[in-house]
Design a protein around this ligand. Structure first.
Ligand code: SER
Length: 597
């Protein structure tokens, strides 16, 4: 195997695919422009969803890039030697240009010839088949034609061998994952690729994007089949360099060295310190990328800003735990900047913003962290006396409200002392507080609704009908990107790569009017955002942790998270007419529509 650095691997990969006729495109922002259902870009394919769904990409139908990604599902696992919140993904895409045979051939050639991986050490998985898609004998036979023997081709079910969609709806399909046998003994007779014992190391994933998952949960075959592949840079260089952990590669060692300097601790001496060192290193690295993004955000209590706040506050706490006094985040951030400013020039452009926001958040939190921790420690002897090892929701809310402890931080503190937290009780306390400051929260729900008069209320309901009708006519990928309602008209912005045809506009109009004529009842329920999403409700924003949201249903036709108000029955709304359809910005269309009596 060739021992490559991240910079070398990035270049080798892109050059390889360019030499095979792919066009290099720029990676996109970490904050998805066209998908409000997820907070961050989680994969290289994410920004390409409209093109995988059928739109033409200006750079052609064979593409390659490197993409910044954040996966927040892993935040709580960060601290162990393997998890990261930020990582880079290499990818190549075919938008209908080639399919399984070519994709697998490229992967095999790159792995064996360019990365120097011994073909005898490669194992692969393919989809075992189910009601949605057949057993992937096609992919298996391509692997066999390249010399991978039957016993190293594993057929796996949907949980393991199906990728996507990246958000709630969109392109997805069976995949074929490639693994390197690390030479460690198998942990048992059932040990196979995907097993966590460490024998098999996943290096690459070829996804055969042949399906689209729609809002009703169904999988529908796409007319034009695409290829999406993804290789994580940090993981791959770790295995190529023979390192046990991504934290031992050159993208982390200078960051860790700075943490060592600031703390006087030595990485590798003590597991508890190592956990803190990894948390500080990962979280500051990710924070720098969120702040320094082309669409960067500042810490806040909602959405991406809340994740950023959690990352920064957790880093500060672990810094204090290792004995750092005073401000230290910028000292570590500067190392991240120097490591990454060549491949990501936006970091340098936003340097001042990065340092300013880190310093502000650090100062804001440092003041109360010590007090909050003291408060927590003070409660401990009392808590220890009882038999319950649960911190009450009321106390967790006090730490949140008074000391700015994100609930996750309280949970971590509690865990360190052998306690858990009554998160449900916290949510209730939070909810009560929310109701008290309802006026503020309501503003967030309004979504561009100027007043609550009769005309605007009907137009608001029409907006929900329009949103749903667009996703029926155009595809489940359509999302609301903006809405503005006056007494005269509604205005609705949504993602779509091209103008709507006359026929599409007519179909949308007809579908909305059909629902109005059916005189559907409009009903409202209150639930958490997760519950709403599980029911397939469309949601335009990310509510605060634990916050309850209202979900409006219009018959069985539409379900959306929204603050209201709405008409009670659609029959009173009048006739819906689209007066204008135009471009709003790249990839975003705008519809203006009216209700006529
Ligand atoms: N989208 C797939 C993944 O994230 C391949 O790029 O693994």
């Amino acid at each position: 195997m060739k021992s490559l650095t991240a910079d070398e691997l990035r270049k080798l990969y892109i050059d390889f695919f360019v030499s095979k006729g792919h066009k290099q495109i720029s990676g996109a922002s970490l904050i998805p422009e066209n998908d409000p259902t997820v907070l961050f870009t989680t994969a290289g394919m994410h920004p390409l969803v409209p093109y995988i769904l059928g739109a033409e990409h200006p750079a052609g139908n064979m593409l390659t890039d490197y993409q910044k990604c954040i996966r927040t599902g892993d935040i709580d696992s960060v601290g162990d030697p393997h998890h990261l919140t930020f990582f880079e993904m290499l990818g190549n895409w075919s938008l209908g240009a080639y399919f399984k045979k070519e994709a697998i051939n490229y992967s095999y050639e790159f792995l064996t010839k360019y990365l120097g991986i011994d073909p005898d050490k490669l194992s692969v998985t393919v989809f075992a088949g189910d009601g949605n898609a057949p057993r992937d004998e096609e992919a298996a036979s391509v692997w066999k034609s390249l010399g991978i023997p039957e016993e190293r081709i594993f057929y796996m079910p949907k949980e393991d061998n199906w990728w996507g969609p990246a958000g709630e709806t969109g392109p997805c399909g069976p995949d074929s994952e490639m693994f390197i046998d690390t030479g460690r003994p198998a942990c048992g007779p059932d040990c196979r690729p995907g097993c966590s014992c460490g024998k098999y190391f996943e290096i690459w994933n070829d996804v055969f994007m042949g399906y689209r998952k729609d809002e009703d949960g169904s999988y529908n075959e796409m007319a034009r089949k695409c290829i999406d592949t993804g290789m994580g840079i940090e993981r791959t260089i770790a295995i190529l360099q023979g390192k046990k952990s991504v934290y031992e590669t050159e993208v982390f060692t200078p960051i860790i060295a700075r943490v060592e300097e600031l703390t006087g601790r030595h990485y590798g001496d003590n597991e508890e310190d190592d956990i803190s060192i990894r948390i500080i290193s990962d979280h500051i690295r990710t924070s720098v990328f969120i702040l320094g993004d082309q669409r960067g955000v500042a810490p806040s209590n909602v959405g991406q800003g809340y994740i950023l706040r959690r990352l920064i506050r957790r880093a500060v706490r672990h810094g204090r735990k290792l004995g750092i006094e005073g401000s230290f985040l910028s000292k570590i951030a500067s190392v991240v900047l120097s490591l990454y400013q060549a491949p990501y020039p936006e970091l340098k452009e936003h340097e001042a913003f990065i340092y300013d926001e880190l310093a502000k958040e650090e100062a804001k939190f440092s003041d109360t962290l010590a007090k909050g921790e003291r408060e927590f420690e003070k409660m401990l002897p009392n808590l220890m006396k009882g038999t319950s090892r649960v911190i009450s929701g009321r106390l967790a809310f006090k730490l949140y409200d008074t000391y700015g402890f994100p609930i996750e931080l309280t949970e971590e503190l509690a865990r360190e002392h052998g306690f858990s937290v009554d998160v449900k009780g916290f949510q209730e306390a939070f909810q009560k507080h929310q109701e008290l400051s309802r006026a503020g929260a309501e503003g967030q729900f309004k979504g561009g609704l100027a007043d609550h008069g009769e005309a605007t209320t009907a137009l608001h309901t029409a907006t929900h009908l329009l949103h749903k009708a667009l996703s029926v006519v155009l595809g489940g990928y359509v999302k609301q990107l903006g809405s503005n309602i006056t007494a005269e008209r509604l205005r609705f912005d949504f993602n779509n790569p091209q103008a709507l045809t006359k026929e599409q506009l007519k179909a949308v109009e007809d579908l909305v009017n059909e629902q109005i004529q059916k005189d559907l009842p409009v009903t409202c329920e209150t639930m958490t955002l997760d519950e709403a999403r599980a029911q397939g409700a469309a949601a335009q924003f990310d509510a605060k942790y634990g916050e309850k949201v209202k979900v409006y249903s219009i018959g069985d036709f539409s379900k959306e998270v929204c603050g209201g108000p709405h008409v009670e029955h659609t029959g009173t709304m009048g006739h819906f007419r689209i007066v204008k359809e135009q471009s709003s910005s790249a990839g975003v269309r705008r519809i203006k529509a009216v209700l006529e009596k």
